[in-house]
Design a protein around this ligand. Structure first.
Ligand code: 5AD
Length: 349
């Protein structure tokens, strides 16, 4: 196969200069060759394994007003819910029976959930499932809070940086939120010992190739265990209602780029890919992704966790979606692994 010089360099050096990266981002690439290179890199480290994380969206209350997000505090039409502890534990029980060994508790920044409540929940899950990993994804907190969750048994934390460019960050978030605090959170989490996942949306309003370059440089510095990205998808009840969604093929190109630049990372085939295209998540797997995060939340609340329009899997039972997912992953040429699925990235802090 005749590879372009940029793809060749990505394969051998796992890095590009700023000029090369901007050229890679802005010029068309041979998609088939790029995805094949990324797939080969992923197989070198992870084989055909796809790790699963059972996602429990336990509250859609949020105190923040991010301009892109459907569950922002300022959306009066969002129907709010909170799962009870019993419901959350029931999600874990169902997930465990299906083979999930990681539970991701994700929610808006909901002040109802005090640190005491989160710690009680984490301890209860940790006591019941000592062979599982507990991941939290509940936003920006103090270092003390993060430490308390860790002491209760949480070992992973997902917090996308969203954009590493201060001026772009300002376009996406209200004044009271800062990129500095977001970064502080990520550093605190790593210092405590969490396996951290970060990432960004692709094609968010106002995003430039230079912003993406900054995102990649930021991630190179952070060396997170997981990098979560997905196309931005417009939501009609946000200030960005009239903005365009991100592009599927460009987003897949970013997945492949990330795999080649961060060979050992966990890179999920995110729900946003599946929501943009019926085969979106399989396409992401073939472009270098190696994790999926199926929804374990009760069916009746699925559609309410409405980050963006046409989010998938709103009607499926956990068991039903697990069966169809297994078949789809196999058909794409990969294999689900029932395992905690630790990242091969080991960051020395
Ligand atoms: N389109 C795509 N992704 C979104 N997120 C929030 N709103 C949107 C949207 N409109 C992403 C953010 C957040 C994650 C949970 O969902 O990156 O970190």
């Amino acid at each position: 196969m005749c590879l372009s010089p940029l793809i060749e360099k990505l394969q051998s050096a796992h890095d590009l200069t700023d000029t090369e990266l901007l050229a890679f981002l802005t010029e068309p690439q041979d998609e088939a060759a790029l995805f094949a290179a990324a797939d080969a890199e992923r197989r070198k480290w992870y084989g055909d394994a796809v790790y699963l994380r059972g996602l429990i969206e336990f509250t859609n209350y949020c105190k923040n007003n991010c301009y892109y997000c459907g569950i922002r505090a300022g959306n009066p039409h969002a129907e709010r819910y909170r799962l009870t502890d019993t419901q959350i534990l029931e999600c874990c029980a169902q997930g465990y029976a299906l083979g999930y060994r990681t539970f991701v508790l994700q929610g808006g920044e909901d002040p109802y959930y005090t640190d005491d409540k989160i710690c009680a929940l984490v301890s209860a899950i940790a006591a019941k499932y000592p062979d599982c990993r507990i991941t939290l994804s509940i936003g920006e907190k103090s270092r003390e809070s993060y430490q308390r969750y860790y002491d209760a048994g949480a070992r992973r934390y997902l917090l996308r940086h969203e954009t590493a460019s201060p001026e772009h960050y300002r376009k996406l978030h209200p004044e009271c939120m800062t990129l500095e605090n977001r970064k502080r959170c990520l550093r605190d989490l790593q210092a405590i010992g969490y396996q951290v996942g970060s990432g960004f949306m692709i094609g968010s309003p106002g995003q430039t190739p230079e912003n993406l370059l900054a995102d990649i440089r930021f991630l190179q510095n952070l060396q997170p265990a997981m990098i979560g990205v997905g196309p931005y998808i417009t939501h009609s009840e946000t200030p960005f209602a009239d903005q365009m969604s991100g592009d599927l093929h460009f987003s897949l190109k970013i997945i492949a780029l990330l795999r080649l630049m961060f060979p050992k990372s966990l890179i999920p085939a995110t729900t946003a890919f599946g929501s943009m295209h019926p085969q979106g998540r399989e396409l992401a797997l073939k472009a270098g992704s190696n994790v999926m995060m199926p929804n374990l939340s009760p069916t009746e609340v699925r559609k309410l966790y409405d980050l963006y329009e046409n989010k998938i899997c709103v009607g499926e039972e956990a068991a039903q979606s697990f069966r169809s997912l297994t078949a789809r992953i196999q058909a794409a040429g990969y294999r689900i692994v029932s395992d905690v699925g630790d990242s091969l990235v080991t960051k020395s802090t």
